[in-house]
Write a protein that binds this ligand. Sequence first.
Ligand SMILES: [Zn+2]
Length: 353
Amino acid sequence: MADRPSPRALPDELPQEEAVTRYRRHAEIPGWHQDALTGATAVVVGVGALGTETARLLAQAGVGRLVLCDPDDVDESNLSRGALFTPADVGRPKAEAAAAALTALVPGVRAEARHAELSAGVGLAELRSADLVLSCLDSIAARVSLTRRCALVGAGLLDAGTHPWGGEVRHYVPGGACFGCGLTPAERETADDPWSCARPVAVASHGASAPVSALTAAWLTTTALRVLFGLTEPAAITRVEPVPGTAYRLAAERDPDCPLHERIEPESVTRTPVAAVDRVGELLALVAADEIALSWNPFGTPPPTTIRLRDAAPDATLASLRVAPRELIPVVVPGDPARTRYLELAAEGEGNR
Ligand SMILES: [Zn+2]
């Protein structure tokens, strides 16, 4: 992808000799490239039954950096299915509990928790930079939101879901069919758009047992690793059905009317030294008088009423308004869409100052 980091040799925290020993059985697998995993970043969106198992498998395989995003806390009912949760985690944010468990399980892994919904937890520049984005979500609305955000920055997406006795793994490549291509127009409506008042589609989530989640997560992770290794992996939908005992692929067909393929042109993006932890006034200093900088999430005293950042207190931090780390901030000029541009937030501590 656009600014994929070059692979590092091995994580600094893990002595070379220990790492070689840990992964020596991987070296016997045809096509396996441990270094490709060590330097990789995977974003896992949704840290429930499917997400925890997927994150565990990616970390144990040796993926060096995992960004875990989920707005929910661990509930008692998660303990029967979440691969990384213990009773002591009940009430704790899922992303934080999972990140802590991964760090204990795999020394050297960088597991970062984002206790937020996707559009507030992972910025568009992070999705663009990631080597893999994995959707382990439980609703159509959330998947549509992630699909749209990945398309905006040309990021591929691996999506998986479960039903009571089986699962599905969907591999989407940039420019090809997306999750939304298989939906009706009503199902595609989403609130993750600063110019839209559409509400997410309410979709009931279906429960699945731990083994079905683990089976689907294993299939998802196998596909993810092959993508990281550069092995041929077709864009397709794979259905895994333990009952009656089959797995088969379906072609993912592009719908020419699917509106989720809008792309932010790279030349419309300007990098800034401002990070999400910085103040609104610092960002607005980069915006012309006739321009309006927008948030992807409404903010303000409940209920949230505005997406115009100039409506916020200048000394408020962008993060307090639910602006994600490394977000691309839309800047528009009313009546002149050709002047729409984006300001890229810096990573925390990495601004050009
Ligand atoms: Zn589509």
